[in-house]
Write a protein that binds this ligand. Structure first.
Ligand SMILES: Nc1nc2c(ncn2[C@@H]2O[C@H](COP(=O)(O)OP(=O)(O)O)[C@@H](O)[C@H]2O)c(=O)[nH]1
Ligand SMILES: [Mg+2]
Length: 369
């Protein structure tokens, strides 16, 4: 499951600052056996106001939020695709993530060197995107050589599959040479399946983070506008935040202190919280809840999943032995104030194997073991 995002960007754009702020209050790793344990990996709680409201109505001993993983990917410089800098480690790390969070420097500060000596978000984005495309180009070129051999195989099926790949690999090569990301090539689902074992980088979704200084939060700088324009053209999101301010906020232990700080900075929500929510949604992740005296918990599922699959998120036995689910939406709870009243109002539904679970559903699963 692609539950994680890799933070990439040129050196000195604020990646590590953002990563440390994100992970300053680490989630309880024991609850998330699927997560990687690595210093560059942080498990981050997904802020969700709905859980706060649920807890008011269904008091519980333990609250477990949904999480998403962030990976601080070091070493992306010009030439990384050819092994410059930490090139190879970088490539290995980035292949494993579900999505790319591309940090762009939109703040000025003479003391912090910019690798190209100039604040130029559009130029920086191009540098990184071309580097990523070239990394994929190298992968594709290797595969073309191998595939040419496979296409001469004596096994008819193997030969057939290899021949199918020939025009597709050529199309990838031609476009990647122009620096075009695979995600922008308009490939069909079948084509995407054919190339899935290449683990290409630029096929992954990418969102942008504009790292501004504090003034940039109040008045949108031209730098940000240029990133937003690129994001819009690519059909993706650009989140604006100030890395150093986020680091300051994250260093406060007390929730109320953090809220006062935000208010003083003129913000409704911290930039990190916006980033986490955007990343989670763009990864195609959605949340359902289980509630009870012992534990209120937010669970993550992939958009479009049916009831048995989402039951499987809790335990594989729940999926295998799935019978039915009792479901209501958290909005029903906010309206009716208790599960009894939801039942009395006829809003508790019984759903079967074909039910497509909705974001914000509260589920009770019935199953056989
Ligand atoms: N003024 C300002 N400096 C920042 C901001 N974010 C990061 N920095 C500084 O920029 C430098 C490089 O940051 P770092 O997070 O290590 O960048 P990385 O190389 O992308 O990981 C550090 O000195 C940070 O303190 C920001 O939002 N505003
Ligand atoms: Mg760093």
């Amino acid at each position: 499951m692609g539950l994680n995002c890799g933070i990439v960007g040129l050196p000195n754009v604020g990646k590590s600052t953002i990563f440390s702020a994100l992970t300053s209050a680490p989630a309880e790793a024991a609850n998330y056996p699927f997560c990687t344990i690595d210093p560059n990996v942080g498990i981050v709680n997904v802020p969700d106001e709905r859980m706060d409201k649920i807890v008011e109505l269904v008091p519980t001993l333990k609250i477990i939020p949904a999480v998403v993983e962030f990976v601080d990917i070091a070493g992306l410089v010009k030439g990384a695709s050819k092994g410059e800098g930490l090139g190879n480690k970088f490539l290995a790390n980035i292949r494993e993530v579900g999505m790319i969070v591309h940090v762009v420097r939109c703040f000025e500060n003479e003391d912090i060197v910019h690798v190209n000596n100039k604040i130029d978000p559009a130029g920086d984005i191009e540098t990184i995107n071309i580097e990523l495309a070239f990394a994929d180009l190298a992968t594709v070129e290797n595969r073309i050589v191998k595939n040419d051999k496979t296409a001469r195989s004596v096994d008819k099926d193997i030969r057939k599959k290899a021949l199918l790949l020939v025009p597709l690999l050529e199309k990838l090569k031609v476009n990647l040479e122009e620096g075009i990301a695979v995600r922008s090539m308009g490939l069909t689902d079948d084509e995407l399946i054919l190339i899935s074992d290449l683990h290409l980088i630029t096929v992954k979704k990418q969102i942008y983070v504009c790292n501004v200084d504090e003034n940039g939060l109040v008045e949108e700088p031209e730098y940000v506008r240029s990133v937003k324009a690129i994001a819009e053209e690519e059909g993706t999101q650009a989140v604006v935040l100030c890395g150093s301010l986020e680091a300051d906020i994250a260093s406060l232990d007390d929730k109320e202190e953090r809220e006062v700080f935000l208010e003083e900075a003129g913000l409704k929500e911290s930039g990190l919280s916006k980033l986490i929510r955007t990343a989670y949604a763009e990864l195609g992740l959605r949340t359902f809840f289980t509630v009870g005296e012992k534990e209120n918990r937010a669970w993550t599922f992939h958009e479009g999943s049916k009831a048995p699959q989402t039951a499987g998120v809790i335990h594989t036995d729940f999926e295998k032995g799935f019978i039915k689910a009792e479901v209501y939406h958290c909005e029903d709870l906010f309206q009716e104030k208790s599960e009894q009243k939801i039942k009395a109002a006829g809003k508790l539904r019984i759903e079967g194997k074909e039910y497509v679970v909705q974001d914000g559903d509260v589920m009770h699963f019935k199953f056989n073991v």
